[in-house]
Design a protein around this ligand. Structure first.
Ligand code: DP6
Length: 330
């Protein structure tokens, strides 16, 4: 038998978003980002370094999954282990993950998956890493995963170092410091979106808006930090919508165009604005897919969920509170 560890990490949604890479090999982002971690959506991952195993194996909900990025993260863990003379350095691993949300619901998140992998793989190898180092490790799997090491509100730094050592996330506020709710409106089951890595490289190569996206990122990050510090929900929400629509303008002006919205996505955006007109403070944000996430105050979450459910084409709306940092399960 090998050395095993199990970890849980929660998904996150960016309020100021990452799109574009500074360095492809290090998977460092071209811009910083700020997110909230979601309590309702998480991944559990078990890693076992196994003597005699010919190659790493990745199992997702009992089926073989793509192993390339998983092995990349495991190689980094094996490198750390080698420097400390730990036995995991020479062993392949079995990685098995389950999401607490239905696979194919369009909620699958590389963020929770790679954050859970970073915590479980280092645990199984017998390494004790700082959160910052775990965040860097998760980043190699997926940029957004660097933020899911932390709970509450997290900020990812783009960094400037040539080795990527300053491109990590850190916690801005813990889970309980400012309770907010996120209503996730599912407009498409089994979404087939364009891979983020490919999409962001195409935006960088072709969109005339890309330089403006880079130039305005620091202003959005500074304003979002201030809104969070001041617990100013109106400012947070308005800025989240603005930054989301700026990202989608960048996507729409990519060649070929990255159109992630469907009719229900647009209908849900209008429904959120109609809620505001009725005095309910609610704001949307949308990633590289058709689902709409609505930011609101916990006391308004049930009303927002109800309003989203009534939007034509919305299959389901789930309420989430802010979630905790990634952690070991045993
Ligand atoms: C639109 O983290 O999926 O969700 O680093 O290439 O794996 P890779 O990209 P990924 O990109 C996330 C893009 C986004 C915005 C965000 O989460 O910040």
């Amino acid at each position: 038998g090998g050395a095993t560890a199990v970890a849980r990490a929660h998904s996150n949604i960016a309020l100021v978003k990452y799109w574009g890479k500074r360095d492809a090999a290090l998977n460092t982002p071209a811009v910083g980002s700020i997110s909230v971690t979601l309590d309702a959506l998480y991944t559990d991952t078990r890693v076992t370094f196994t003597p005699g195993l010919a190659a790493d194996e990745f199992w997702l909900a009992g089926c073989r999954g793509p192993v390339t990025r998983v092995s990349h993260v495991l190689d980094l863990v094996r490198g750390h282990a080698a420097s400390l003379g730990l036995p995991a350095s020479g062993l392949n691993a079995i990685v098995s993950s389950t999401n607490n949300f239905p696979t194919g619901a369009g909620l699958a998140s590389s963020a929770s998956g790679f954050a859970a992998l970073a915590v479980a793989a280092t645990g199984a190898a017998g390494l004790t890493l700082l959160s910052r180092e775990l965040s860097i490790l998760a980043r190699y799997g997926s940029g957004s995963a660097a933020r899911s090491i932390f709970g509450g509100f997290a900020e990812m730094h783009a960094g400037t170092a040539a080795d990527g050592s300053d491109a990590y996330a850190e916690e801005l506020l813990d889970q309980g410091a400012w309770p907010l709710a996120v209503v996730v409106a599912i407009t498409e089951h089994g979404e087939k979106s364009i891979n983020s890595t490919i999409g962001m490289n195409e935006s960088k190569a072709t969109s005339p808006f890309y330089p403006a996206w880079l130039d305005s990122a620091d202003d959005d990050l500074a304003e979002m930090r201030a809104a969070i510090r001041d617990r100013d929900f109106t400012r947070l929400g308005e800025l989240s919508e603005y930054n989301c629509l700026k990202l989608h303008a960048l996507m729409l002006t990519t060649r070929p165009a990255l159109i992630y919205w469907n009719a229900a996505t647009v209908a849900a955006m209008h429904a959120v604005r109609a809620l505001r007109a009725q005095g309910v403070p609610a704001y949307f944000t949308i990633d590289a897919g058709p689902q709409v996430k609505v930011l609101c105050l916990p006391g308004d979450a049930a009303a927002v969920q109800q309003a989203m459910t009534l939007v034509p084409g919305v299959h389901e709306a789930r309420i989430s509170a802010l979630g905790p940092a990634a952690y070991r399960l045993e």
